[in-house]
Design a protein around this ligand. Structure first.
Ligand code: GCB
Length: 606
């Protein structure tokens, strides 16, 4: 049965049962959990583990924290006999990175990719009126065929050690909620919307996929609950005159209520909050509702103390408050699609989101940007056969899942299909990228701009794939990984020189990463690397260069907050490029950014 990605909601016709809480958990170092009967549930003595959360930071020993391999979760739920005539699905909001799901000992589904939801239908395996067991086998090993990419080595005692090709901790587990979704047999499975503005009004073209034959009705309500439009049919148009548009930091959300009737009776009803806006590119500008916008904000991570990459609503709320305080209007979901609730809040707050796939580490180097910046030899990633056969298929299917999940969010204004891939080392990157960019265009009826984040080697004269991008995303660290310290003056010059070349492409250029590591509380006169005031000087220098170049239409600092990484020589308890600490307190640079961003209008350079 099809993967049902529509966000689960309780309505008059549907029910959602949250399975969050303590589950049973265990590692499966020998990969023989099936033989041990784990498919029927873990032993009562197995340790408890919170869901949702990543498991790593609960442990006090290194081997558990860093565990790589197979591991299991299980819990028990009750199936209401009233669900017998309905469809019952279990929805994993994210299971990192590979999952096989068993209910009452029977395999009901599997999924690859740790940052997008999937559902398994349970109709044939449930015991109604009784306890039911769900057991999930997960695996968090990395390879060139996983998104994100990496590898692992095996120590003499058999311990597997993860070596990510990316710069964030390989947090894994049931990192987002798990819910049962109970829907009528004839229900709404998918909704697709596209908005066209005309004469002060808007026409929303819609199409609805249902799980059976039925009559579809759409009613549109404004924020006061007044009905402003209606339509019928599985596809059609809803016209709103005098439309209240969704604008950056000034959101307005209509409620689109879709209903399916079968033999004249209401079978299903699903409400969707919808911001009406358009996105397009004209010359070197990105336009929202026909007007140019200047992006101010961050590359972020889903990362917090103790819960790791686990879904954490209090941190989500705090992050939005901090972004509003500092004058930001946008962020990139670096380096994976985030929790759905983040996009819902971004819709409500009017944030512009660049939605990114977990295609990070597609450059074979354990130190990623650092090796590349120093010119160290890197093996061409796209030459590998597995990449051209397995990775590409997974990449395309995760692209499909991300677009299906996120396509109706007003906040999502662009797609980032990869972060810092090797677009220089091999011509084979081109065919791979073409398939991705073409598929994205086919799937997104809103035709949002597509791009990938360019690593320093991917310069205008060398990058083989830039021509596919609708706008250009640059990650640059002149003044940190190269030309740092006293050389910073040359760093700004180098940045300036590079931008002269990008300017000639005629496309909008957005900085999706720039920043320096620093220790909170360390200030030095004169400044030194790692001091908070060095970060401020670096940002000021970059901003002067940005202001000089008309093509630069966005600045997203790396990173919003300090975040955890694999331990190593260049990381002191994680990456410290945060403008806020990991506990979300401001560093010195936060005040400098606030000063600048509060003074830049939305249509800066418009
Ligand atoms: C990058 C990566 C990002 C790293 C960052 C850094 O280019 O895209 O994931 O965290 O550099 O701080 O080195």
């Amino acid at each position: 049965m099809a993967n049902k990605l529509l966000y689960p909601r309780n309505t008059a016709t549907r029910q959602v049962v949250d399975l969050s809480g303590m589950w049973k958990f265990c590692f499966d170092k020998a990969s023989d959990g099936e033989k041990k009967g784990y498919v029927n549930g873990l032993p009562a003595a197995a340790p408890d583990m919170p869901v949702p959360a990543s498991f790593a930071d609960f442990f006090t020993d290194k081997y558990s924290k860093e565990y790589t391999g197979d591991f299991w979760y299980s819990t028990v739920f009750f199936a209401d006999p009233a669900w017998k005539d309905r469809d019952v699905d279990i929805r994993f909001f994210a299971a990192a990175h590979e999952a096989t799901v068993y209910v009452n000992g029977k395999k009901v589904g599997e999924h690859c990719g740790g940052f997008l939801p999937f559902t398994c239908n349970l109709n044939d395996v449930l015991r109604y009126g009784k306890a039911n067991t769900v057991a999930v086998k997960l695996n968090n090993e990395l390879s060139c065929a996983t998104l994100p990419c990496g590898e692992y080595k095996v120590l003499k005692d058999g311990t597997k050690v993860t070596t990510p090709y990316f710069d964030f901790f390989n947090y894994s587990g049931l990192i987002r909620p798990v819910k049962l979704v109970i829907t009528p047999k004839i229900s709404i499975v998918d909704i697709t919307l596209k908005h066209v503005l005309k004469d002060g009004g808007a026409v929303t073209e819609y199409s609805v996929e249902t799980s059976g034959e039925g009559e579809v009705w759409l009613s549109v309500y404004d924020e006061d609950g007044v009905k402003v439009a209606e339509a019928s049919g599985v596809s059609g148009e809803a016209e709103i005159s005098g439309v209240h548009l969704w604008q950056p930091l000034n959101a307005y959300l209509y409620t689109f209520v879709f209903e399916v009737y079968s033999d004249g009776n209401l079978s299903d009803s699903y409400p969707l909050e919808v911001g009406i806006r358009t996105v397009e590119i004209k010359g070197n500008r990105i336009l929202v509702n026909g007007s140019p916008v200047y992006f101010k904000g961050f590359g972020k991570h889903e990362d917090a103390p103790v819960s790791g990459r686990g879904f954490n609503l209090p941190y989500i709320k705090r992050d939005f408050e901090l972004m509003k305080w500092i004058g930001a209007n946008s962020f990139r979901t670096s380096h994976y699609p985030y929790s759905e609730e983040i996009y819902q809040l971004a819709d409500r707050e009017g944030f512009l989101v660049i939605d990114e796939l977990p295609a990070v580490g597609m450059l074979v180097s354990t130190r990623n940007a650092v090796d590349a910046a120093t010119g160290a030899k890197v093996e061409p990633f796209f030459e590998k056969e597995i990449v051209q056969t397995v990775t590409i298929e997974r990449h395309l299917s995760q692209l499909g899942e991300m677009i299906t999940r996120d396509k109706n969010h007003a906040c999502v204004v662009a797609w980032s299909l990869l972060n810092e891939p090797d677009t220089v080392g091999s011509d084979k990157a081109v065919g791979y990228f073409e398939r991705l960019f073409d598929r994205c265009r086919e799937l997104d009826v809103q035709n949002r701009p597509r791009s990938f984040a360019h690593i320093i080697q991917s310069r205008p004269d060398r990058c083989k794939c830039t021509h596919l991008c609708d706008f250009i995303m640059l990650n640059r660290y002149y003044g940190w990984y190269l030309k740092s310290g006293l050389e910073i003056v040359d760093a700004f010059d180098a940045l300036d020189g590079e931008l002269d070349k990008w300017e000639k492409t005629g496309k909008p250029v957005m900085f999706t990463e720039y920043g320096t590591d620093n220790m909170q509380g360390l200030t030095r006169l004169p400044s030194v690397m790692w001091a908070e005031n060095y970060q401020v000087e670096y940002l000021e220098g970059y901003h002067k260069v940005f202001d000089k170049h008309p093509c630069v239409m966005g600045e997203q600092v790396w990173n919003f907050a300090d975040f955890q990484t694999t331990e190593g020589l260049i990381r002191c308890d994680g990456n410290k490029k945060g403008i806020f600490t990991r506990y979300r307190e401001p560093k010195m640079a936060a005040f400098e950014l606030k000063r600048r961003w509060d003074s830049l209008p939305l249509n800066y350079k418009g």
